[in-house]
Design a protein around this ligand. Structure first.
Ligand code: ZN
Length: 284
């Protein structure tokens, strides 16, 4: 048995292939390492795959940066888990893991290139090409959220300006809504208000969707993907986004890649990263 783990901003998710469960994400690296190592020591898997929300070096097993989980920055996660448990551990970016999971078990089946974007607190991206995850030289490929789409644009959590994530994320959506109304409410509240027909909330979501379409156009021109999947809290709660964004992306793009691609809602839900990390540990 292998164990897949996904360290997210709010929850750490676990799966051994049959069972799925989650725990609140601890606030320090020490507590996180105890949570992971106690679970590994109890279940005794042959191998562990860990997906992390952040930039990782898969070769060395280090989290090099994590704008939305700052205590992970610089953590040698592979070494620390292996030292505490003696079990071989692999580290992978969470969106790459989600893409790998969706490719084998979800909406990406049989498509190539397949791209999966995770749209929640931040904006992550992963790609699977001919059945293999696109890792780059060390595992930090496909940082879709940090493609710059506006020079001197809105501030991103990574401290650059004009990143796609600054517009397409929970905090991007909250900012669009604040511009419309002067009110600060959560992204989920914005979505609820849009579903109730509130004009300002609908315009805020349209603002986010227009940047998402621009980002997707760039991806279509770079990768000519067959399928792009949207995962994460925002598309799950507002699936209307899919049709609008697919149509707008096709209008913006060159005709050939526009014709080849379709945009779909991811199907594995909140465990896509943990399942992908599990599959990753079985393959690599
Ligand atoms: Zn950024």
């Amino acid at each position: 048995m292998n164990l897949g783990i996904d360290i997210g901003g709010t929850f750490v998710k676990f799966t051994d292939g049959e069972r799925r469960w989650k725990e609140r994400t601890p606030e320090t690296a020490g507590e996180l390492l105890s949570l992971i190592s106690s679970t590994v020591l109890k279940l005794k898997p042959e191998k562990v795959g860990i997906a992390v929300a952040g930039l990782v070096n898969t070769v060395e097993g280090v989290v090099t940066d994590s704008p939305n989980l700052t205590f992970l920055k610089g953590l040698h996660l592979k070494r620390e888990v292996e030292r505490r448990t003696g079990v071989e551990t692999l580290i992978v970016n969470d969106a790459t893991a989600a893409a790998y999971g969706e490719y084998w078990l979800g909406v990406g089946k049989g498509s190539s290139p397949f791209i999966c974007l995770t749209l929640g607190t931040g904006l992550g991206g992963g790609a699977v090409v001919n059945g293999k995850p696109l890792l780059g030289a060390s595992g930090s490929a496909m940082e879709v959220g940090h493609m710059v789409v506006e020079r001197n644009g809105w501030l991103c959590h990574c401290s650059r300006r004009g990143c796609l994530e600054a517009y397409v994320s929970s905090y991007g959506l909250e900012r669009f809504y604040h511009m419309e109304t002067g009110e600060s409410v959560s992204s989920f509240e914005v979505i609820e208000r849009a579903k109730d027909g509130e004009e300002a909330a609908i315009r805020a979501l349209a603002g986010m969707a227009s940047y998402l379409s621009l980002g997707l156009m760039n991806l279509l021109h770079l990768f000519n993907p067959q399928v792009v999947a949207l995962a994460g809290g925002i598309p799950v709660h507002y699936p209307q986004l899919i049709e609008t964004v697919e149509r707008r992306t096709k209008e913006l793009s060159f005709p050939q890649p526009a014709k080849d691609f379709s945009l779909k809602l991811a199907t594995l839900g909140e465990f896509s990263g943990a399942l992908g990390a599990l599959l990753f540990s079985l393959t690599y």
